[in-house]
Design a protein around this ligand. Structure first.
Ligand SMILES: Cc1ncc(COP(=O)(O)O)c(C=O)c1O
Length: 389
């Protein structure tokens, strides 16, 4: 079946955070939403059918996880990422962010240090600080318009209170799909310093040609033993509103500690999330392949648009994800004026780079998971606003 990603589906008046809550968040009306990481595409037909069939049963009591669901996850990770896992390694949460918080509570104590690598998805920092742990920054370095990890700094920042690294693979917002050598170097430091690694791999299914996602835990037995991997169909299949994610932990002791916190906090999943997850991982591959090709064309379109029409803003070429990190430093605007430029003048809602922490200032993030006509409209608006400077 051919999916039509060009089709614009009205999302206003569906309580969409991306479309309906802009005014509350940005204080402005009529912004074109190119921000929060969900996509303006309808999900695979088989997912809708599975949800409808489940809904038609009309009894929604407490629901467990079927063997078919476990198999769908296992086969997906094997087929797409060459990662072989066992059913007993899998647990479930109500989202990847929940998984991060559970992991912090399970494997660290109040006052312990947890490392993150900014600029990075802000809930990493929140998961550390809101649980009374200390956040330690190991900022990424930009080399030739590409983010790399600073391994010397990482090793230096490990002391006896440092217990965990929360790692983003692929990286949001930097767009890096970390390669095997980088993962190996990272793994060595984590093993040497006895760190638990929480690998947020929610963006792993979005990888552009020429790059391959490697699950951190697949690098070696040693690293698998200390890795907690969070995955979800939420980004891949646009199911964020169904709030269901999986966590893969091969180390039995860690898995039991994780499960204890899940139970203590009453973390649950819901019928429709589980149903959608199984259907997406079982039947969604054809849809995803077409989506990836569409996103690549969107990306090429955006890269060329900035190069030829708004050269003052430089997109960092992403290797994965449907998010593009825009370097606005040449505009020489402080954060407030940058926000005004995009929000008041261009009338587009983008994510403010400062939200991603250290190194995010003077950057913004744009979401290309939308029909090209919407992206083109957004880029035109940005061009016109920049031309007024
Ligand atoms: C790196 C990363 N982790 C987690 C999430 C959110 O995941 P969830 O909605 O499953 O909590 C996002 C959403 O943008 C993300 O980019």
């Amino acid at each position: 079946m051919r999916y039509d990603f060009d089709r614009v589906v009205e999302r206003r008046n569906t309580n969409s955070i991306k479309w309906d809550f802009i005014e509350e968040i940005y204080g402005e009306k009529d912004l074109l939403p190119l921000w929060v990481a969900d996509m303006d595409f309808q999900v695979p037909r088989e997912v809708v059918t599975a949800i409808k069939e489940r809904a038609d049963h009309a009894i929604y009591g407490y629901t467990g996880r079927s063997p078919q669901l476990y198999q769908a996850i296992i086969q997906w990770l094997d087929r797409r990422h060459n990662w072989k896992i066992k059913p007993e390694w899998i647990d479930f949460t109500s989202g990847v962010v929940t998984g991060l918080n559970v992991a912090v509570q399970a494997f660290t104590k109040p006052g312990d240090k947890v490392i993150i690598q900014p600029p990075v998805y802000q809930p990493f920092k929140n998961a550390v600080e809101n649980n009374g742990r200390q956040v330690v920054f190991n900022p990424l370095k930009m080399e030739n318009d590409k983010y790399v990890m600073n391994f010397d700094d990482l090793a230096d920042k490990c002391d006896s209170r440092t217990k965990m690294l929360i790692f983003c693979n692929p990286h949001n917002p930097g767009g890096r799909v970390w390669d095997k050598e980088e993962l190996q170097q990272l793994a060595e430091i984590c093993v040497h310093n006895d760190l638990i690694i929480v690998a947020d791999e929610i963006h792993s299914d979005f990888v552009y040609p020429g790059h391959v996602h490697t699950p951190l835990a697949s690098i070696s037995q040693k690293i698998a033993e200390r890795t907690v991997t969070c995955i979800a169909p939420n980004k891949t299949f646009n199911l964020a509103g169904l709030t269901t994610a999986a966590v893969v932990i091969s180390n039995q002791t860690l898995r039991q500690e994780f499960a204890k916190i899940i139970e203590n906090n009453g973390v649950k999943t819901n019928i429709f999330g589980l149903t959608a997850m199984e259907a997406a991982y079982t039947y969604g591959e054809e849809w995803l392949e077409q989506l990836l090709s569409y996103l690549k064309d969107n990306l090429d379109f955006l890269m060329e648009f900035f190069q030829t029409q708004i050269p003052q803003i430089r997109p960092i070429q992403p290797e994965g994800t449907f998010l593009v990190w825009l370097d606005c430093r040449e505009l020489k605007l402080d954060q407030q004026h940058l926000t005004e430029l995009f929000t008041r003048k261009a009338k587009v809602a983008l994510n403010d780079g400062a939200w991603f922490g250290v190194g995010g200032e003077e950057f913004v993030r744009i979401n290309i998971g939308c029909p090209r006509s919407i992206l083109a409209e957004g880029l035109q608006r940005i061009k016109q606003a920049v031309n007024t400077l």
